[in-house]
Design a protein around this ligand. Structure first.
Ligand code: SF4
Length: 467
């Protein structure tokens, strides 16, 4: 079993990007071999999976959705989401069954969990049939490790050193929208979050490398890019750059749509607001996690802002960008959250009238300060609070969508609707999901079109193509 050197991985600031020289012998190793990839978690993991897929396909492996016929099974894990570990462990049962019956299957665990020492120990002890555990820090070693697992071949590897990974290839999920990592890691150390431990400290890519990637995507016909980082607006602090300047430069490339996730309120500057307001191709969609409305809980979360400061920022954005939609993340049931604390959260939802919110019950992550905090709130109470919160959040999401009834909006059409084959679906520049019908509607896939909204629900809109 290959295991990441956790201590080295955590301390390492310099990254090496390694490339395998594919010779005929290596190509033969992977001829007629297939891979199955399952992704858990956030956008960052989804984007990492695009890199994993590219590595596997460059080796010659072919994608399959049938795990029974796969020779390489990759689980790209997430340490943030609730029950993520249970899901991975559950899935490993199926992998074990396959391994027992076939000796040409290799199991790979990648992603954030692979950076957690207790998870790695668990796999070593109880799931030793797993062949490779690879962390987010050394993903580029995957081709080399797979070659070694399947053969005794000597492989030629050359490497480049850099502050961050450059030159990564991605097998992108979409032909129209693309994720672009602009930075890695996070320095915020919110007390409930595992990211600073699993993905390391903040490391920003160079502005020119990001702009080059944007231009390449634009030239290939991509319509939308999402600038991605755990704390995206902290971009550049380590290399003397500013996120607002990067955003402006990306806007000037002329790509049709730009968005960015996820922003931390603490790093949301006036300059950023001005740049978003100035450029039409920067989507007026801002995901701004508040997490709680209680100042005491925010303090214990180490979020570095108060409810009042958040509302002030929210109002500033709405004043300068009146058409902006603002969504948020909220955790209920943080250790020892009182009813009064929770009501502060309800109050902030009523004040801001968010266009949408991702809501979660607090779930402790081993190794974080919050996992060691005393918690007397029962699960039943937490579930009741989540229910109340969701009722309120859905009310405002619906209210926000109702404002679009009978209005014309621009939608980037991404594909056929899963529920109704005669329709297509896409997103407005404020990230509202629209199901669209009309004559020859399938010809609009990949285009930005005008749509008249006919019906509005809490989570989606229905519309008709404007001819
Ligand atoms: S800002 Fe906080 S919640 Fe977000 S990734 Fe960093 S530590 Fe985690």
């Amino acid at each position: 079993m290959h295991l990441p050197d956790l201590e080295v991985a955590k301390k390492r600031e310099k990254k090496e990007n390694k490339y395998i020289t594919l010779n005929e012998d290596i190509k033969k190793v992977f001829t007629n071999k297939k891979y199955f990839l399952r992704t858990y978690g956030c956008q960052m993991n989804v984007h990492d999976s695009e890199a994993i897929r590219s590595y596997l396909e460059r080796l010659g492996l072919v994608n399959t959705s049938n795990i029974e016929e796969a020779n390489v099974i990759v689980l790209n894990t997430c340490a943030i989401r609730e029950n993520a570990r249970d899901k991975v462990i559950g899935f490993l049962g199926k992998c074990h069954y396959l391994k027992k019956n076939r000796n040409d299957v290799k199991i790979v665990i990648a992603g954030c969990m692979s950076e957690q020492p207790d998870f790695v120990s668990l796999i070593k002890e109880k799931y030793s049939f797993v062949d490779i555990i690879i962390g987010t820090h050394n993903l580029y070693d995957l081709p080399k490790l797979l070659v070694q697992e399947f053969s005794k071949l000597e492989i030629e590897v050359y490497s480049e050193s850099d502050e961050v990974l450059e030159g990564m290839q991605y097998e992108r999920d979409s032909k129209y929208t693309a994720w672009i990592n602009i930075m890695y890691g996070c320095d915020k150390f919110c007390t409930y979050c595992i990211v600073p431990y699993t993905r390391g400290r903040e490391r920003s890519r160079k502005k020119e490398d990001i702009l080059k990637e944007v231009m390449e995507l634009k030239n290939k016909g991509y319509k939308e890019v999402t600038l991605l980082g755990q704390n995206v607006n902290a971009y550049g602090r380590d290399i003397g750059e500013k996120f607002s300047d990067l955003l402006e430069s990306v806007a000037k490339t002329g790509i049709e749509r730009i968005r960015f996730v996820t922003s931390h309120p603490w790093n949301f500057t006036d300059e950023m607001i001005d740049v978003i307001a100035k450029y039409k191709n920067i989507m007026p969609y801002i995901h701004l996690p508040i997490q709680s409305g209680s100042n005491e809980i925010l303090r214990r979360m180490n979020r570095r802002y108060t409810k009042e400061e958040y509302i002030e920022l929210f109002n500033k954005i709405k004043t300068k960008i009146p058409n902006a939609t603002i969504t948020t993340d909220i955790i209920v049931g943080f250790p020892n959250e009182t009813r009064e604390d929770f009501e502060e959260t309800l109050d902030v939802v009523k004040t801001c009238e968010f266009d949408g919110a991702y809501t979660f019950i607090f779930s402790p992550r081993e190794g974080t300060p919050a996992s060691r905090m005393e918690d007397k709130v029962t699960l039943e109470e937490k579930e009741q609070r989540l229910y109340e919160l969701n009722e309120l959040v859905n009310y405002y999401a619906n209210k926000s969508n109702q404002k679009l009834l009978n209005k014309e909006v621009e939608v980037l059409v991404l594909g056929k609707s899963e529920k109704d084959n005669a329709k297509v679906y896409g997103y407005t520049d404020t990230m509202k999901l629209v199901n669209i019908e009309g004559v020859n509607v399938k010809d609009t896939i990949g285009k930005i079109i005008k749509v008249k909204i006919k019906d509005a629900k809490s989570f989606s809109l229905d519309g008709e193509v404007v001819l």
